[in-house]
Design a protein around this ligand. Structure first.
Ligand code: ATP
Length: 354
């Protein structure tokens, strides 16, 4: 099988609900055995896309292939998919073991084989020996693990999860993100998770798909997207960025807030005179000597947030809000209301289309 036919291939995939284009003519190849996060703001079409892949919705047009086979018209239960829903949808009247073994029982597998598989899965999600307990006796994080074990019971080829951690508190959620990532690494199963939390996506995924209004704005390795966002929306959605309106002067410089900035690389799609956005991550911005003029701008400090492990300094420059972050040991001797000069290093400054 060629590299392009392994994994999932979506072609011209469209799903509308009345006038809403929930999934709008999407072409996408997701490589096999990856941990993929569908990421985007509420209503951008993440769940619709996941449900199309699962077969729980039918597309208006387009195709979905898995490992080179067209599965657009295949019924959900024949797609060999394990799915975890936001609500978990565990059966309250069945005990833990029966919840996990449910799909195997429906398939008519022998009782001892089901028992063996349930034991294996309980070990996998690190809850050995709890099979006889009721679902109501579990904590939120434990329920999450049982839902994962249940979805994996049939040894699916594709593991789909829709906002699986959204009901958990922040600490448990972060722990489960790491656990889910480890589990996927150990099993090597192609996994797609829907989330609107960019930190969650950066923690778990080796392939992130950023969506907006039913379309894919950018996809790839999380750090590549963080370092080279395709547009201002992605730059702002994946992490925080200072987004400064600018105008392209020539192949190596832009003008912003009345100052000229040298840039290492300006996209070839932009020409002289075009309006664009100068994007610099908060951790890359430096406090400059007041006499330095190259790649600098003046800004007034509006607020300083001291978080203990990190200092966040909010500023305003020509009507635009900016942020600089640093470790407490690098904090400059400045206070709210001070007029300061910021340096935007050329290597860390990206010019992106508006
Ligand atoms: P969220 O993060 O809020 O769950 P999402 O990115 O998963 O959002 P979808 O649930 O896929 O987005 O919805 C995409 C668009 O399609 C939204 O405008 C939504 O209102 C609409 N939509 C989704 N399902 C239906 C449906 N069954 N009937 C009508 N409209 C729907």
């Amino acid at each position: 099988m060629s590299a392009s036919s392994s994994g999932i291939q979506l072609q011209a995939l469209t799903k509308t609900f009345g006038p809403i284009h929930a999934v709008d003519n999407i072409d996408l190849h997701l490589p096999a055995n990856r941990f993929v996060c569908l990421l985007g703001p509420s209503g951008c079409g993440k769940t619709s896309l996941l449900r199309l892949i699962a077969g729980l919705e039918s597309p208006d047009s387009g195709t979905i292939s898995f490992e080179g086979s067209d599965m657009t018209a295949i019924a959900p239960h024949k797609r060999e998919i394990g799915m975890v829903f936001q609500s978990l949808a565990l059966f309250p009247h069945l005990n833990i073991a029966d919840n996990i073994g449910y799909a195997l029982k429906i398939r008519g597998e022998p009782r001892d084989a089901i028992e063996k598989r349930v034991t294996e899965l309980l070990d996998l999600v690190r809850l050995p020996g709890v099979g006889k307990r009721a679902i109501s006796q579990l904590s939120g994080g434990q329920r999450q693990r049982i839902a994962i074990a249940r979805a994996l019971a049939i040894r699916p080829k594709l593991f789909l999860l829709d906002e699986p951690l959204s009901a958990l508190d922040a600490k448990l959620r972060e722990a489960m993100q790491v656990e889910l990532r480890q589990l996927q690494k150990n099993l090597g199963i192609t996994t797609i998770v829907v989330t609107h939390d960019q930190r969650e996506a950066m923690t778990m995924a080796d392939h992130v798909v950023v969506m907006k209004s039913g379309k894919i704005l950018q996809h790839g390795a999380p750090l590549d997207i963080y370092r080279n966002p395709a547009n201002a929306f992605v730059a702002d959605f994946i992490g925080t960025s200072n987004l400064i309106t600018c105008r392209v002067k020539d192949a190596g410089t832009v003008e912003a807030n009345g100052s000229t900035f040298t840039i290492e690389e300006i996209p070839t799609t932009l020409s002289e005179g075009d309006e664009a956005v100068l994007s610099v991550r908060p951790e890359e911005v430096l406090f400059a000597d007041p006499n330095k003029s190259e790649n600098t701008l003046e800004a007034t400090i509006t607020f300083i947030r001291d978080l203990g492990s990190q200092v966040e300094i909010m500023l305003e420059s020509a009507g635009q809000e900016l942020m600089v972050t640093m470790s407490p040991k690098d904090r400059p001797d400045v206070g709210q209301g001070d007029l300061v000069r910021l340096h935007l290093p050329a290597a860390a400054s990206k010019v992106i289309p508006k």
